[in-house]
Design a binder for this molecule. Structure first.
Ligand SMILES: Cc1cc2nc3c(=O)[nH]c(=O)nc-3n(C[C@H](O)[C@H](O)[C@H](O)COP(=O)(O)OP(=O)(O)OC[C@H]3O[C@@H](n4cnc5c(N)ncnc54)[C@H](O)[C@@H]3O)c2cc1C
Length: 315
């Protein structure tokens, strides 16, 4: 039986695995997708993160590599299983059985770090959308867009960040948003003009045309005046957000996340939730907040597993 199973291999799960090894706990981490890193890998691998303490600027994809290296360097590291989605959690004597698409495991404690669950990007919802291979829902690498005409669809933080980022390498970047106001950080919106991103708002996406499986023409309709614009494109990046699967854990949840107490205990005994998966008054859904939660949860779990141990506070 494992001491602890960490469910979710995003940044918070990876850091929790590092801490658990430092506490000499025994366990595994299970990640449902093919790659570790959560949102940083799936949604913004090329974005520069600038709000981590002591790290001036780091590319999200590089930061995940460092988090993985940090946990794998430990002599008693947790095995990190990818493509292993947790489907069910069942109470058993002295713990839980965790059932995945591949196997089942027994553990005394569970740490949920599933973010918003298994996520899929929202699509444009046009009938021929799936015919084109140059419509993307995240930016795998900036290199794909060098000297290309790129249209970014959406008006939130991700869309604006992607438009600004690609303006450094692309031939031309347009952003198409259906409202008059962007729902993004003001300084990022200001940057759009500085970076000469072409702004189309309020516009709806009307149609896609292309040849040989590649879209090359995007037609958009103005929402307030009768006018269509045609944008010649080499690539489209859809940033309409993501939908997530409902939580599979039978724990008390509200619409913002899994309810937890000061130790990140959920309504189920010995099941903890941290990172974007959890919610409590004052919660901030970012990296440093999630990392702090990992410290508190792992320390508490070690205390409960080893009541007579002198629990380490730093390493
Ligand atoms: C565009 C964008 C930019 C951002 N920029 C910043 C920033 O600059 N600084 C900052 O601090 N924060 C930023 N954030 C927020 C930050 O990314 C999140 O706070 C962080 O990713 C939360 O980490 P997590 O590990 O809790 O969850 P996630 O990153 O969501 O990872 C959860 C993981 O759990 C896996 N999972 C889910 N369900 C299961 C299951 N049943 N079985 C197995 N695995 C499962 C998922 O596949 C995923 O890999 C940004 C977010 C976005 C969208």
């Amino acid at each position: 039986m494992e001491d602890i199973i960490i469910i979710g291999g995003g940044p918070v799960g990876l850091y929790a695995a590092t801490l658990a090894s430092l506490h000499t706990l025994k366990g595994i981490l299970l990640e449902g997708m093919d790659t570790l890193g959560g949102q940083l890998t799936s949604l913004y691998p090329e974005k520069d993160i600038i709000d981590l303490p002591g790290i001036n600027r780091v590319r999200a994809g590089d930061y995940i590599k460092d988090l993985i290296a940090q946990t794998m360097n430990k002599p008693n590291h947790f095995d990190l299983h990818v493509h292993e989605e947790v489907k069910e959690v069942k109470a058993i004597e002295n713990g839980y059985e965790v059932v995945t698409n591949k196997a089942s495991y027994q553990t005394r404690f569970i740490l949920i770090t599933t973010g918003m669950g298994k996520f899929t990007p929202r699509k444009i919802n046009l009938p021929n959308e799936d015919e084109f291979s140059n419509i993307y829902y995240s930016v795998p690498s900036k290199e794909n867009f060098i000297n290309k005409r790129v249209a970014v669809l959406g008006g939130g933080d991700s869309a604006v960040d992607v438009a600004n980022m690609l303006s450094d390498v692309a031939l031309e970047v347009s952003i198409v948003h259906r409202r008059n106001d962007f729902r993004a950080q003001a300084h990022s919106v200001d940057l759009l003009k500085e970076k000469r991103v072409k702004i189309y708002k309020p516009y709806l996406i009307k149609s896609l045309e292309g040849t040989d499986g590649k879209v090359n023409k995007l037609t958009i309709s103005h929402l307030e005046v009768e006018r269509d614009d045609v944008l010649p494109v080499d690539a489209i990046i859809v940033q309409y957000g993501i939908t997530s699967s409902p939580s599979i854990f039978p724990v008390k949840t509200n619409k913002l996340g899994i309810e937890v107490n000061n130790f990140f205990e959920t309504s189920l005994p010995n099941v903890y939730a941290i990172g974007n998966s959890c919610y409590y008054e004052g919660k901030v859904k970012n990296l440093t907040c999630g990392f702090g939660e990992a410290v508190i949860a792992i320390t508490k779990i070690d205390q409960l597993l080893n009541p007579t141990k002198n629990i380490p506070v730093h390493f």
